[in-house]
Design a protein around this ligand. Structure first.
Ligand code: FE
Ligand code: CA
Length: 521
């Protein structure tokens, strides 16, 4: 339904008499009075970046929008003052049964974004939401709350990552919007920080390094109608990877370790701030270079999602190499090499030990499975930006996944699809065969490319714990969890060079309860 049509029908949905009045009269009679001072005229449709919801709780969800009548202008074309934004949640798409409403302030120091943490809803229920600002009504979003403990025996979700705007069209998101899923997990690389290139469409300007630059970059990405559709259709749980700040950065080190730490941390602060401004997250607004985003979300006792941050606290990539691909070196075995940092590692291990969920799912960024990209087993080539550059912690996390009943790792970053068994290190199983502990599912990218797909084919041929790998396709992974199994469908678009791609399920895998390791379905 078009926003203008909703406007005509009347935002409050309180009946024909109210709905047919003019906007001003409608607001004046409404029980949801805006502050007496009228909103400034925004000089354009303010909902150019869509609406979104996220972080479902049993009875709670975060609603998001950002007012930006001119998204590439400084401040999104908004006046430098707060603007009231009405929000409304209903059981039905026509807003006949409004169950929650209120007024939020869109402030210029938050890029006129709005984050509403709605509580008091029913668990495991579908809701619709919308906003109104300056007498304009937003598109309608659909969302879904999480189930209460023990009340649910099926969860459907999708996971996706890596959407370089220049490399292709977001048709995968158009199809994702039509999936029957309860929630979407985003595993990082929501924006790419590079400048203007030569892809099928172009970034708006040079590599961002300050708040206005990152805001413009988010405006470019979030102006895409397919991405807006995927947000409007499902609640998302979002984490970041490197490109939300700078390719392959490590904590306070820039991509090539070439920026002074204080300069890079100032940049990181603006990147984190703009990330928060553009996502429906239940997190405090960052006011400096730090933001704790690792967190846990439960879907009854069926599934627990452990959302990781493997960038903010990591030690630098080993082997003195600013690039990620390299040959093994002593540094990868350093006992203090870490992707998680000690606090997050303790939080994760404690959470896995204490969990009573049927399925414990890590929303992770970089590949956990050890993998050589060389066809020659005697001369391995590793991606030192992923867990292979941090071998001791890689082994410790793998071991920790033995604690919960079913451990599953979901991963992005590498722009290719993988299914693999996570096995004990040889030293943990002296004299016995390595034992499969958990399963890793790596989803391909929405658009970002994998440069050498032939290498994957050759490399995995002699790595038997890797059940599937593909570097040629783009899309997302759709999953269904029940008490008995997790099923994963690898959904690929027919192409990304034109905006009219079709979607298909290329491969499906099943993990059975209590039997780690994926089998072809
Ligand atoms: Fe990526
Ligand atoms: Ca990445």
């Amino acid at each position: 339904m078009a926003a203008s049509e909703l406007s005509r029908r009347g935002f409050l949905g309180l009946g024909a008499g109210v709905g047919l009045a003019t906007a001003g009269a409608r607001l004046a009679r409404s029980p949801l009075l805006l502050p007496a001072r009228a909103a400034p005229s925004l000089g354009g449709q303010p909902f150019t970046l869509g609406v979104a919801s996220g972080e479902p709780l049993p009875g709670g969800v975060v609603l998001w929008t950002r007012l930006a009548p001119d998204p590439q202008a400084t401040g999104g074309g908004m006046p430098a003052e707060p603007v009231p934004v009405r929000w409304e949640v209903a059981r039905d798409e026509r807003f006949g049964k409004v169950v929650a409403h209120g007024i939020a302030r869109a402030r210029p120091d938050a890029a006129h974004s709005v984050h509403v943490d709605v509580r008091g809803l029913d668990p495991a229920r579908e809701y619709f939401y919308r906003f109104v600002a300056d007498d304009t009504t937003s598109p309608v979003g659909r969302t879904r709350t999480a189930p209460a403990s023990g009340s649910r025996d099926r969860l459907r979700f999708a996971f996706a990552s890596c959407q370089d705007y220049e490399e292709g069209y977001y048709t995968a998101h158009q199809h994702l919007a039509e999936e029957d899923v309860d929630v979407v997990l985003w595993l990082g690389d929501y924006i790419y920080e590079g400048g203007v290139g030569t892809g099928v469409r172009q970034h708006e300007g040079p590599e961002p390094t300050d708040l206005e630059g990152y805001r413009r970059r988010y405006a470019t990405y979030k102006s895409d109608a397919s991405l807006q559709a995927a947000h409007a259709a499902h609640p998302w749980i979002t984490t970041w990877d490197d490109h939300e700040v700078d390719n392959n950065y490590a904590a306070d080190r820039s991509q090539r370790d070439d920026q002074p730490v204080d300069v890079f941390l100032a940049r990181r602060a603006t990147a984190y701030r703009s990330w928060w401004e553009h996502h429906p997250v239940r997190l405090p607004a960052p006011t400096g270079p730090d933001e704790r985003i690792y967190r846990r979300l439960a879907f009854g006792d069926l599934a627990s999602f452990h959302v990781l941050d493997t960038r903010q606290y990591r030690s630098d990539q080993p082997c003195g190499s600013p690039v990620d691909i390299g040959v093994p070196c002593a540094g990868q075995d350093a006992p203090d090499a870490t992707l998680l940092g000690s606090a997050q590692r303790k939080w994760l291990f404690d959470g896995l030990k204490r969990s009573r969920a049927r399925w414990d799912v890590l929303a992770n960024q970089v590949m956990l499975t050890p993998v050589s990209f060389s066809p020659d087993p005697a001369n391995p080539v590793l991606n030192l930006d992923q867990w292979d550059g941090y071998k001791q912690e890689q082994a410790a996390v793998t071991k920790a996944l033995a604690a919960p009943r079913n451990g599953v790792v979901l991963t992005g970053d590498i722009h290719s699809s993988w299914v693999s068994d996570l096995v004990t290190a040889a030293s943990d199983q002296a004299g016995t065969e390595p034992r499969t502990i958990a399963t890793e599912l790596v989803g391909t990218s929405i658009t970002s490319s994998f440069p050498f797909p032939d290498v994957i084919d050759a490399a995995v041929a002699n790595q038997p714990n890797i059940k599937y790998a593909d570097g040629r396709n783009h899309g997302y992974v759709r999953c269904e969890i029940t008490r008995g199994e997790l099923r994963a469908d690898f959904r690929y678009v027919s192409g990304i060079d034109t905006p009219d791609a079709t979607i298909r399920t290329a491969r499906s895998f099943v993990i059975e309860d209590g039997a780690p390791g994926a089998k072809p379905a």
